[in-house]
Design a protein around this ligand. Sequence first.
Ligand code: DSN
Length: 420
Amino acid sequence: MPDEAASALARNDPEVAAIVAAERARQTETLEIIASENYASAAVLEATGSVFTNKYAEGYPGRRYYAGNEHADAVESLAIARAKALFGAEHANVQPTSGAEANMAAYLAFAEPGDTILGLELTQGGHLTHGSPVNFSGRLYDFVPYSVDRETEVVDMARVAELAAEARPRVIVTGATAYPRRFDFAAFAEIARAVGALLLVDMSHFAGLVAGGAHPSPVPHADVVTSTTHKTLRGPRGAFAMTTAEHAAALDKAVFPGTQGGPHLHSIAAKAVAFGEALRPEFRDYAARVTANAAALAEALMERGLRLVSGGTDTHLALIDCGALGISGLKAQNALQGSGIIANKNTIPYDERSPFVTSGLRIGTPALTSRGMGEAEMGRLADWIARVLRDPDGEGVREGVRREVAAFARQWPVPGLSDA
Ligand code: DSN
């Protein structure tokens, strides 16, 4: 946030300003390894806090339901053009305000309530909106979950093909929130085509890796691709969706007026900035470093005797099997938080603990890589994680690691905070 805005906040509402300042300090002094989080640049934060906050613009560029939208049209058109250029898509819609709403719009566009959809089981890494019974997706559509193989912990494509042949889904969804491996988009597309289904890839987690060339792109294979903008893509909190020219009108109609009202133009302006940043050559370097750091961290943890789901990673994230250490994911998360390392508990495949307790811990490298850390730093991080998880009740260990982490973290500037 620009200083001028920060001081306006401090003058106008010192109570909120103090909370924001505390959060700023927390983000600077801890090591953020939640796989879905990142640090947006100062430019992205500035656009998010811009005057577009004040504007209504239902509709799309050139066809709005409100007046005064010449600059709204310009910024949304720019975001669309940059998204298309970045991912090589025929059509992009930059209005979804979150990944959940992007997925809701995609289902609305391409399926009828009650239709069958295939999605990765939530407890095996899938997302709430990929068919969880407590989510709109599981309540409105007939989701059939597919799973990972018990031994390899990798998606069993033969089983996906069998399930698709039996269930004849309208849509097949891939993508996940806690899956450390790459999806075989070509194989999913072939299965979808064979049963007359559309393929939806939710690339929220790895969008930045795709943008930076560190992960295969789903765009040539999928009928529709949805994504958030704030994870590996390092943009503002928000989402977007892409499709082919053939399905463009259906997708747009499903976003507005199908699922949303006024677009969040301040976020759209910030998405344009983020897409612009991701189009620069240095973003390719960033994406490559994210995956190299994840591989180095995974290797270093396994060298220290920790078990990782599927034996490692080829993305930005990994899942530690805390059950193998005799502790829950919840206990691991809390012990690490007490040491200044912020990760999140997560179920692992065939988990016997509840989703609130879990046997796993999800870790990721997008945020630390944004701070400039490299493979050497991943070794130190693995040391701290292993020390804490091997003695989660040891106050001495926790306190010792907390002091080392705080001193270390202060040496690494946080984009958007230290360079504002
Ligand atoms: N909350 C996101 C994540 O952490 O992966 C998914 O919505």
